[in-house]
Design a protein around this ligand. Structure first.
Ligand code: IPE
Ligand code: IPE
Ligand code: MG
Length: 241
């Protein structure tokens, strides 16, 4: 992925879109309507990402642990994701956005796979922005998978064990060529990362906001971006270096 070497301080923003269910519950609505409304925020937030020239946005849409939920909620969620892509694909194309998926799509309903694969295919030559949807994604799953892929390459004599280092390992992650996460925002008021992008977020600035995802609007995101500018990132070094 060329074009990702700009010197901008904020190349990659990642969201844990949490609080959909509670948003709906507070309004005496079924949980799935929280997911529906949550999908409406995605493009609005992504518009700010583009305005701010942030190259990559990752979104936690479905975790490897979310299969524990009732089947009907899961079905609704995938339906809303399909609708999202059908509605927004032209808009994404127009803006030169490449859609990427992190996670194992093979476990998803066939028609969801079809719609998402279509978006991946249609946008594959775009490189202005990257929209990385984390679907059936788990950080531990990703790392174990990467270890297996590396082992396979060693077995096939495609790579030497001595050549594996922290950078090289990234090639085996779902996010392979994407830069590390600079800013990780979790909505919904909980203070945890729930298995989201652990390898990529070791030095991310973390923000936990109380607002539920369906009520998280561009102005809320802009406040996070203001806060990000005030953070001092040292990466283990010293401020004055
Ligand atoms: C996040 O909202 C969306 C997904 C996990 C798919 P939740 O559905 O977890 O909403 P809460 O946390 O129960 O309110
Ligand atoms: C994290 O939210 C997963 C997504 C946003 C897709 P969860 O609601 O599943 O996380 P926990 O269970 O509160 O940790
Ligand atoms: Mg939740």
């Amino acid at each position: 992925m060329n074009n990702l070497n700009s010197n901008s301080l904020l190349k990659h923003v990642a969201f844990i879109m949490d609080g959909n269910g509670r948003w709906a519950k507070e309004r005496h609505l079924p949980r799935h309507l929280g997911h529906k409304e949550g999908c409406n925020r995605i493009i609005e937030i992504f518009d700010v990402v583009k305005e701010e020239h942030i190259k990559v946005m990752s979104l936690y849409a479905f975790s490897t642990e979310n299969w524990k939920r009732p089947k009907s909620e899961i079905n609704h969620l995938f339906n809303y994701l399909e609708q999202f892509f059908k509605r927004e694909i032209d808009h994404l194309m127009r803006d030169g956005v490449r859609v990427l998926v992190s996670g194992d799509m093979s476990k998803l309903p066939i028609k969801t796979q079809k719609v998402v694969n279509d978006a991946l295919e249609r946008t594959k030559n775009n490189c202005s922005y990257y929209f990385n949807l984390c679907l059936n994604y788990g950080g531990r799953d990703e790392i174990v998978r990467a270890a297996k892929l590396f082992a396979l390459d060693v077995k096939n004599n495609d790579v030497d064990i001595e050549h594996l280092d922290e950078e090289k390992f990234k090639d085996y992650l779902y996010t392979n060529n994407l830069p590390d996460v600079d800013l990780l925002i979790r909505t919904g008021g909980d203070f945890r990362t729930s298995n989201f992008l652990p390898y990529q977020s070791t030095y991310a600035e973390l923000m936990f906001v109380k607002t539920y995802w369906p009520a998280f609007y561009p102005d809320d995101f802009k406040k996070c971006l203001e806060q990000f500018k005030l953070r001092h990132r040292r990466f283990g070094g010293l401020d004055e270096q």
